[in-house]
Design a protein around this ligand. Structure first.
Ligand code: KG4
Ligand code: ZN
Length: 352
């Protein structure tokens, strides 16, 4: 399956004038979305950007665990095996709702693994063409933020901390479709740092959640580790990772729980410090956390503690933190400027 196979099909561009979608449309929108950017094949149907009608996720974690990380070619093949199953299951969960009742079909266009993205995106495009509905391409990072609209009344403006396996960003969300990245990591993403540190202390993949669990049993003050010193709202985690490596090598028997707790304490307080600075500078009272690492217990604890200082804090429930398609459907609904034609290409790295 290649995007180019679609090039021969009549260029079907759906504009906002032709089909009203989004909060201003004045009628109920049912968006079916597909997510396949990494190692989860997911399909969901969401009503009006906030109400989940169906949510199906097929995880490949077991397949990749034996290799200690995601193998792109194997991941793409597994997406091919699972894609029709997750779509069928989503319609089953939706009961009486038929493909004809779907307002638009959405798919993640990037960033992600190209071979993986192509599977989900072409499935979404095919559904749109088959049922003569609009197709909406969605940015995966944007979708993570939109996970916070599900089952809540969150409205911009707000400050967001986006922490995943590939990205660490502080984002000023000015409106549903207008955002400014205030800062980001200059080297490793937070999730990447978690996974690398987990690996060097011998934890199996996926390391992040396992490290988090062990950290809860350890002493966060056991070891003083260096915070990355970077200007403004940017982050750096590679020095911290090297410091943990040195620390681990200095022991015959590694005090694993204390190392994990000290690492977790350093990461979470660095993130919180910069997030708070951004909140104060912009004068926002709403703060949002998103991305796979938003599932981290200590990061959540520190951010929710901001509520005692008068901030309103939003964090998706665990199932909408890690990759899922409900957040993609919500994003398609709220980012009304993302209408696309069926020739939309996938992309592997962030493009701003
Ligand atoms: O957003 P996500 O599902 O995929 C990407 O788009 O990257 O994030 C996956 C990342 C992985 O690095 C994983 O180790 C990390 O999120 N992660 C965690 C936790 N749960 C997932 N890191 C720390 N603590 C957790 N509880
Ligand atoms: Zn993700």
């Amino acid at each position: 399956m290649y995007n180019n196979t679609m090039k021969n099909i009549k260029n079907k561009l759906f504009s906002k004038e032709q089909v009203e979608i989004g909060p201003e449309s004045g009628y109920d929108n049912y968006i079916m979305a597909i997510e396949s950017s990494c190692d989860e094949t997911a399909c969901a149907i969401v009503k009006n950007g906030r109400e989940v009608i169906a949510n199906v996720v097929a995880s490949q974690i077991k397949t990749h665990a034996q290799f200690g990380g995601v193998i792109p070619e194997i991941a793409a093949r597994e997406h091919l095996d699972s894609i029709n199953i997750v779509i069928d299951e989503a319609f089953k969960q939706a009961g009486d709702l038929k493909p004809e009742d779907i307002t638009a079909f959405a798919g993640t266009v990037g960033p992600g693994l190209v071979g993986c993205l192509l599977v989900g995106l072409n499935a979404a495009k095919t559904l749109a063409l088959t049922y003569d509905k609009p197709f909406i391409g969605v940015n995966h990072l944007n979708a993570h933020l939109c996970g916070n609209y599900i089952d809540t009344d969150l409205k911009p403006p707000y400050m967001a901390l986006l922490v995943s396996g590939g990205h660490t960003q502080i984002i000023d969300v000015k409106s549903y479709s207008e955002q400014e990245i205030l800062g980001e990591t200059i080297d490793d993403a937070v999730g990447e740092a978690y996974d690398k540190v987990a690996r060097l202390i011998g934890l199996p993949y996926p390391g992040g959640p396992r490290l988090d669990k062990l950290a809860q049993e350890g002493n966060p003050k056991a070891f003083k580790l260096p915070e990355g010193k970077v200007e403004g709202y940017n982050f750096s985690f590679s020095g911290l990772k090297t410091a943990v490596l040195r620390l681990v090598k200095s022991f015959d028997e590694v005090p694993v729980n204390d190392v994990c707790a000290s690492f977790q304490e350093t990461v979470s307080s660095t993130l919180l410090k910069k997030l708070k600075k951004a909140l104060e500078e912009k004068g926002y009272k709403q703060v949002v956390i998103a991305g796979g690492v938003a599932a981290n217990s200590e990061i959540r604890k520190k951010i929710f503690a901001l509520e005692s200082e008068g901030y309103k804090v939003f964090a998706p429930p665990m199932k909408y933190c890690t990759d899922n398609a409900a957040m993609v459907a919500s994003c398609a609904y709220f980012n009304i400027n993302t209408f696309d034609d069926v020739n939309t290409e996938v992309f592997s790295r962030i493009k701003c």
